[in-house]
Structure formats: structure tokens, C-alpha cells
Design a protein around this ligand. Sequence first.
Ligand code: URA
Length: 236
Amino acid sequence: MRLDKLIETEWKTSRKQMKRLFLMGKVRVDGKIVYQENKNVDSLIHQIEVNGQRLKTTDTYYLLNKPQGVVTANRDKLTTVFDLLAPEDQRGDLAAVGRLDRDTEGLLLLTSNGQLGYDLLQPKKKVDKVYEAKINAEVTVNDVQAFAQGIIFHGGEQCQPAKLEILTSTPTESTVRLTLREGKFHQVKKMFLVTGKKVIFLKRVAMGPLQLGSLSTGSYRALTQAELLSLKPYFR
Ligand code: URA
């Protein structure tokens, strides 16, 4: 949560009073005086103090293993990722960090911390997104090289270099692992289309330091303290 908003709501200050607290050096994060009003904080990983008093935040962070057939949308006539949450875990300000296609499975972070979600998606933050995919053809070292050079979509859009690893390959089917640092619309499918191949199964297995691990399809859980701590560098 933004530090300025936290102070305004917890201390019930006016905007002007809040700004004064910053100017007077009364706001500390992890023991250091901060002047950055829009600093993103979470009391689970930051020690937030105003005038020596601790402040607590209430953001939530869920790691979901999205199943196929479920849409990454707030509202839809189909089942949405938010419909998978138990009633007690629902809250109106939760948003998905990026989107997975309806037929894509895997890791999706849902959080009420909109600033963190936004920052994790910025290409300049270089957050790796790792996918495992099944392809309807033989994936070759030529493809690995083309992905490493940066695929150019039909239409001219240039992708950043991506790491393609071949896990298994036969003339009719391959499994691969692909690591991207950006998130263009239908990116993995479109990258393979450029090479004349089709993605027939797609699953995201990691995003930055977060790993899907053994979380079963359709399940979700709160991020652990260690996972949240691993996201601390992305809190602006
Ligand atoms: N790339 C795709 O093509 N689809 C997804 O859902 C995610 C990445």
C-alpha cells in the first residue's frame, strides 16, 4: 500500500498534515527516515513507523494455479479466477497481476496491492515469466536461436530476446520451457506461430521469484512470508 494513503487512513490526517509528517522526518521505514510519499509498503515485510508508532497494512497476496476454462477477468459470464476464491478470501480490490488466456494454466498472482502488481508487469523491472508448453511439431535449435535473437511478430512487432529450452522433441510433438521478460498479448502462442508451430498446451510455472511448485490446479494459497520478502525489491 502507498505510504501516504496508509498514513492518511490510519492516522486520519488531512493530505497537508500527512505531507508535514514526511517533511518533519517523522516517517520511517525499516528504521530509515523516508520522504517518498508514494513508497509502497507492507507491514509483513517493512517496519513502518510514524512518530515512533508502528503502522499495519492489510493487503493480501494469493498464488493461484489457474485451471483451463477460467478467465482472468473481474466479471464474466464464464468462471473467473476470482470465483475460485472462498467467500472469506474475496475482496473487491483484488486484481490479477497480468493475465493468462482462458486455455492457459498455471501461476497467477492475485493481490490487493495494485502498485506492486503494476510494477511487476513493467518490462524494465525484468521479471522473468517461465512457461512450460507442448508444441505440435519438432522444436529445433534454429527455434532456440530465433527466440534468443528476438522474434518479430507478423505485423512487425519486435519481442525481446527469450530463452527457449527444449525438454523433449519428436517430429510431431515437443515440450519446451520458455522464459520471457515481457507480457505481450498471447505472446507465447504468437511467438511459436512465427516459427510455423502451434502451442497445444501452456502453463506458467514461475514469475520472478515465485514458483508454482506442487500447488494443485484450481487451488490457491496466501504467499508465505519468505515469498513476500522475495518480492521486496519490487516494492518501489
Ligand atoms: N502467452 C500466451 O500466449 N498466453 C498466455 O496465457 C500467456 C502467455
